[in-house]
Ligand binder design. Structure first.
Ligand code: FAD
Length: 293
């Protein structure tokens, strides 16, 4: 029995949600990966006046309307962050923490929230720099590690690390004060500073902060909302910071499609939703074309 998904959709912004609605309408098996909170960008918008049918509504009202639409179509969200995509030739393997999902096609709809890499980040990736606490935490059992967290949702990742590692240097890049339980507080040190670079020799050894403080960390876990696409899927052709696509939203890798802000400007809800629809139609056509191969 073929247990591969037809389509894996990464991202629960307007592009990913629209792709999921079209995948369902086309009768394809799929999973929609991302946060159940829907897009943080959508939630932040005060008022949206350029999305047909939603004049004067706030981003959070539209996010709720999107959720209601998914619920009405029995579409669930797999609340997991995809950390790697491997192109296996005729299919793709996706990693979400320690879980693996195999899929015939993939639609990358991850938005454009990834920041500029820290100095040393790419050099030490896999050697003391990680994007996934659940995947790599055990490798640093009993050691001191650092966590750079872009949102409060990463606090649970730090709590997991606190149960495995000796000491956690936790650097929140968000406004709210982290709320760790008293059991975890013992070995989590919250540091309000700005990370600058990761240094070391063969492996990363220190995280250097703007204040000049140097943290001895066997690993720096960089937990961002989004991961740069070329890091997510090796070999993906980029056009500056965006994934290069054609009008069918095909990327240079057969079976891989992209939609929304990640394919380029204008950054607009309606453009993202439209591209999600086109990408899912293209993925469905690709699956039908290759069903006997
Ligand atoms: P996003 O909405 O960014 O969604 C991407 C999703 O993918 C996120 O939920 C993210 O968590 C998830 N994700 C990322 N990486 C992964 C991963 N590895 N695994 C799983 N999930 C992942 N546009 C308008 O048209 N009108 C407006 O009025 C307007 N107002 C705005 C106001 C503000 C304050 C902001 C910030 C933006 C506004 N925009 C507006 C722009 C609009 O928000 C974007 O164009 C739109 O959200 C893009 O949708 P998207 O689906 O491409 O990406």
């Amino acid at each position: 029995m073929d247990e591969k998904l037809d389509i894996a959709i990464i991202g629960t912004g307007p592009a990913g949600i629209s792709a999921a609605i079209t995948a369902a309408a086309r009768g394809k098996s799929f999973r929609l990966f991302g946060s159940r909170e829907i897009s943080a960008k959508l939630q932040k918008a005060h008022q949206i006046n350029n999305y047909p049918g939603f004049y004067g509504r706030s981003g959070s009202e539209i996010a709720q309307a999107f959720m209601d639409h998914l619920t009405a179509m029995h579409i669930g969200i797999t609340d997991e962050r995809i950390t790697n995509i491997y192109a296996m030739g005729s299919y793709f393997s996706l990693l979400a923490g320690q879980k693996q999902y195999d899929t015939k096609t993939v639609i990358i709809a991850t938005g454009v929230d990834f920041g500029k890499p820290y100095e040393g980040e790419e050099h030490f990736l896999g050697r003391g720099v990680s994007y996934c606490a659940t995947c790599d935490g055990m490798l640093y059992k009993g050691r001191d590690v650092a966590v750079i967290a872009s949102s409060a949702s990463e606090e649970k990742e730090a709590e997991f690390l606190a149960s495995v590692c000796s000491h956690i240097f936790y650097i929140p890049l968000y406004k709210e004060e982290p709320a760790f339980s008293s059991a975890d507080k013992a070995n989590i040190e919250v540091i309000h500073d700005v990370p600058e670079k990761i240094t070391g020799a063969l492996k990363a050894q220190q995280l250097i902060l703007k204040s000049g403080r140097s943290l001895d960390a066997a690993c720096t876990f960089i937990l961002r909302t989004s991961i740069a696409p070329a890091t997510l899927l090796s070999g993906l052709k980029m056009d500056g910071n965006h994934i290069a696509v054609n009008r069918k939203l095909e990327t240079n890798i057969p079976g891989c499609f992209a939609a929304g802000d990640i394919t380029g400007t204008p950054y607009q809800y309606v453009k993202a939703a439209g591209e999600g629809n086109v990408a899912a139609l293209s993925a469905a056509a690709y699956i039908d074309l290759h069903k006997n191969s």
